[in-house]
Design a protein. Structure first.
Length: 435
């Protein structure tokens, strides 16, 4: 069984991966949604996105427990809808997982550049890419153990931040200029609300490497999404409550939007010389590293499955002879990510990743509903509560979100569509879809 991945992961590791994939979204990026929608606009967008992720995650858990395969949405769509839709779902998943890491790598590079200003940000980002690709090739247990440690540190840091900012919380700050661009701003803020939770579904991509996946996937997925919802609400409210949303978007009036909302909030309270400011700023990199490392891990599994079934060159679907990891897939993803780094457009990369995520969510929920009808006797160790309303809720919110971000980001929609169409034409032309 030379093409099989090694089973080593338990529920604690899965929690670490699930939270780790996402946690950088608490540290940077989400506050740019305040510029679009203000406190109220982003809050409404985030509320709807939390509903989507809760309903989606537990629906997706049913699929992951019933079909524990490395391809995640790709495998579910093939089984429910056939190879062509399976390819489309897999492409959407690959776009999300391959394009999210470059955005985080930029943030890590910018952070380290503060301490090593002589080294260009892009070269720092490239070195980081290579280091974490090697860690992932080294073995999933080693990678997941590392992820668990840095995720715990990142969670503790967010709790320290919330505790430090909470005494300065004032409700009046939440209502200042709360809807600067009207309700349209809430729709424009959707990609940044998604950034709070983007890539949580990556837990499903390690199902094949999970011990007793029918039990542990549910525990890992469920505990991760509940942890993230609590951290999202804490981070959002304590950050904005310090001095209003503009204080954590603009370092000075008229300045460009900042990617560092938490340090800006603490700077207002304590100043730059205070221990708490230095603590949050100095170890803030752990949150970024946790997501960067975790999404690289999930992306490798998604791309690996594409190659294993013949939807991409077979070499991508081979595992390392010693470490039993998808080394070739990891290296291909790293090459694409490094090319994306040279575009220098973090916000654009984030938005394209969101398009991929929403496409994945829509196809996955359709697949789930069809599989319930098509294979009623499929063993489902976990069944989502309140079926069919739970997946329908996720499907409706994801569809509305996709329409909204298409309207507000037409250029990015064209880029996403172009990648999807080009990939599909290659797929159809090479006839690799017959499985």
């Amino acid at each position: 069984m030379t093409n099989q991945l090694k089973k080593t992961l338990g529920p604690v590791m899965l929690w670490g991966l699930g939270v780790g994939y996402v946690i950088s979204g608490m540290y940077f990026g989400w506050n740019l949604g305040l510029e679009k929608g203000g406190t109220l606009g982003l809050a409404v967008a985030t509320g709807f996105i939390i509903l989507m992720y809760l309903s989606f995650t537990f629906s997706y858990t049913e699929l992951a427990c019933a079909i524990p395969k490395a391809g995640g949405a790709f495998d579910y769509a093939i089984r429910a809808l056939g190879p062509k839709w399976g390819f489309i779902g897999g492409m959407a998943q690959n776009i999300e997982f391959i394009f999210a890491p470059p955005a985080i790598a930029f943030a890590i590079g910018a952070y380290i550049n503060l301490f090593l200003p002589s080294i260009p940000i892009i070269w720092i980002a490239i070195v980081i890419y290579l280091i974490f690709t090697f860690i992932n090739i080294r073995g999933v247990k080693f990678a997941a153990s590392f992820e668990l440690i840095i995720t715990i540190i990142a969670v503790i840091e967010l709790l320290i931040f919330a505790g430090a900012a909470a005494p300065s919380f004032e409700w009046e700050n939440m209502t200042q200029n709360a809807l600067p661009h009207g309700w349209g701003g809430a729709f424009a803020a959707i990609p940044f609300a998604i950034w709070f939770f983007l890539a949580i579904e990556g837990v499903a991509n390690v199902a094949e490497e999970t011990i007793n996946p029918q039990r542990n996937i549910l525990i890992g997925f469920g505990s991760a999404i509940l942890t993230l919802v609590v951290l999202c609400l804490l981070t959002f409210s304590t950050s904005v409550g310090v001095a209003g949303w503009e204080a954590i978007v603009y370092e000075t009036p008229g300045a460009a939007a900042s990617d560092s909302p938490l340090p800006l909030a603490l700077k207002r309270i304590y100043g730059e010389s205070h221990l708490l400011f230095k603590l949050v700023t100095s170890i803030g990199i752990f949150g970024l590293v946790a997501s960067f490392h975790g999404i690289i891990l999930a992306a490798g599994r998604a791309t690996f499955e594409f190659g294993r079934v013949g939807f991409a060159p077979k070499a991508i679907g081979r595992v390392h002879s010693k470490y039993r990891t998808p080394a070739n897939a990891l290296m291909v993803n790293t090459l694409i990510g490094i090319i994306a780094l040279f575009t220098g457009k973090t916000g654009d990369i984030i938005t394209i990743a969101c398009f991929g995520a929403l496409g994945l969510y829509i196809i996955s929920m359709v697949s789930m509903i069809i599989l319930r009808r098509k294979e009623p006797h499929l063993e489902r160790p976990f069944k989502v509560p309140f079926y069919p309303w739970t997946p329908i809720l996720a499907l409706v919110i994801a569809s509305i979100s996709l329409i909204a971000i298409t309207i507000y980001n037409p250029y990015h929609a064209l880029v996403f569509a172009g990648i999807m169409i080009a990939g599909y034409l290659v797929f159809m032309g090479t006839k690799r879809g017959s499985i």
